[in-house]
Design a protein around this ligand. Structure first.
Ligand code: ADP
Ligand code: MG
Length: 420
């Protein structure tokens, strides 16, 4: 190790208490410390925050962190403050602050105390803030959840498109983009929009070797099929995703009637019930949660053993995120999706009310899901290829972990077997 490496290891231990970097963190941090534009693509849970937090804590000046969710920013600020004796080390700048609070934030930044300043993209566009930030030392700008820049991402936010323009007004500062979205299309969009084709790019593998992927044709027997599956996984935790709230309710009920402990979760339930059902799942008072995609953001239950999609997801990106909640502990994780072409048509119909550009993107993403469901090749290879990653179907980790590889004759002929 050279002296720089020893130095950042020491800082890692000092601030975060970790003795080792995870994955590509060290390379990313070195790139940032060398003032390079840097692009980081790592799956959820990969440890992206530390990639900008550590260099921000070490360097002179304040790092601006752009993040789309106020709750996420608050969590991070609290976490950073707990590492230090100075509250002013991290701040959030947003519209909810009083005049006095804003004055304090500005004072802490000017005095060099604040190492991390979290801002929502819409706050950063405020002229008052831009003028202020022009007058202080900025170490770099980190753009978390950078896929929000792209219409091809799962969470497009128009305000993200203005970021480059604003950052230019702050002078020459390195930009760090971070995302868990691995599709080449979104990545291209990010680099283009942030005008950083020169960025050092670090991409971690998205392979989850312990997850088993399976697609079954959806027939009218789907409910008994799901019940049989769950009974074969007795006492294990699992999530069942459905497209509609109505379906969530009815499946949860069918499971309960059949002696399976299950609760529903969707945005139509009041906040108290939602929180209760989520806790019951986390505390293992119930085995199964039947949910719309409203469930799962930030859920960190390590031993989810299966994720079932009663209806196909709207993109492979969402499928990867949702199935990614299985087997976090490295143990078994069975990802089962039911597929019928009827469902594809239903989703297309949903989208037909949207603006044309959005529709086109939606259809294209859905076609990829259809291709995944209908493929007879290795599903892992298919998924990883979609994420721009080459996977060796012979020797790659987890190569035999899907239905097509284990049972090559299996073919989904959903068109002939649609549910009436
Ligand atoms: P991401 O933003 O990529 O989804 P986070 O930044 O939220 O991931 O980090 C995920 C988890 O990994 C956190 O609990 C964090 O404390 C942990 N973590 C990050 N870096 C390390 C490390 N070097 N060693 C151990 N744990 C780490
Ligand atoms: Mg993150």
């Amino acid at each position: 190790m050279n002296s720089n490496e020893i130095e950042i290891h020491k800082e890692l231990k000092k601030y975060f208490g970790f003795s080792q970097f995870k994955g590509l963190q060290e390379q990313v941090i070195t790139s940032i410390l060398n003032d390079k534009n840097t692009f980081v693509i790592m799956p959820t849970g990969g440890g992206k925050s530390l990639c900008y937090q550590l260099p921000a804590l070490i360097q002179d000046g304040t790092a601006i962190v752009v993040s789309p969710l106020i709750a996420l920013m608050k969590n991070q600020v609290d976490a950073i403050r707990s590492l230090s004796s100075e509250n002013g080390i991290a701040h959030v700048l947003n519209s909810s602050l009083t005049k006095t609070e804003i004055a304090q934030v500005k004072k802490d930044i000017t005095s060099g105390l604040t190492k991390l300043l979290y801002v929502a993209p819409e706050s950063l566009t405020k002229e008052e803030y831009v003028t202020f930030l022009q007058s202080v030392k900025i170490s770099f700008v980190a753009i978390d959840e950078a896929h929000c820049i792209s219409e091809w991402g799962h969470d497009f936010r128009p305000e993200y498109r203005n970021l480059r323009h604003i950052i230019k007004q702050l002078g020459t500062v390195p930009i760090i983009g971070l995302t868990a979205t691995a599709t080449p299309k979104v990545q291209e969009d990010i680099l283009k929009n942030l005008d950083m084709s020169d960025a050092n790019t670090f991409k971690a593998s998205f392979n989850r070797p312990n997850l088993y992927y399976e697609v079954r044709t959806k027939t009218k027997n789907i409910e008994s099929d799901i019940i049989r599956f769950i009974k074969q996984h007795k006492g294990k935790s699992g999530i069942i995703y459905c497209l509609s709230r109505k379906k969530v309710e009815s499946i949860a009920e069918v499971l309960q009637v059949n002696g399976i402990s299950a609760v529903p979760y969707h945005a139509g339930l009041d906040a108290k019930t939602r929180a209760k059902h989520q806790d019951m799942f986390l505390m293992e008072d119930v085995d199964v949660v039947v949910a719309t995609i409203a469930f799962g953001m930030g859920i960190d239950k390590p031993d989810v053993r299966f994720v079932i999609h009663h209806d196909i997801p709207k993109s492979l990106e969402s499928y990867y995120q949702e199935t990614g909640r299985a087997g976090r502990d490295g143990g078994e994780g069975h990802c089962l999706a039911y597929y019928s072409y009827k469902d594809v048509e239903k989703l297309e119909k949903f989208m037909s009310g949207k603006p044309v550009a959005e529709q086109e993107i939606g259809f294209a993403l859905l076609q990829e899901v259809v291709a995944y469901a209908e493929t007879s090749m290795s599903r892992r290879k298919f998924l990883l290829h979609y994420f721009g990653e080459e996977f060796d179907g012979e020797t790659g980790e987890g190569a035999d972990m899907d239905d097509n590889v284990r049972n090559p004759k299996h073919k989904v002929e959903a068109k002939e077997q649609v549910v009436k």
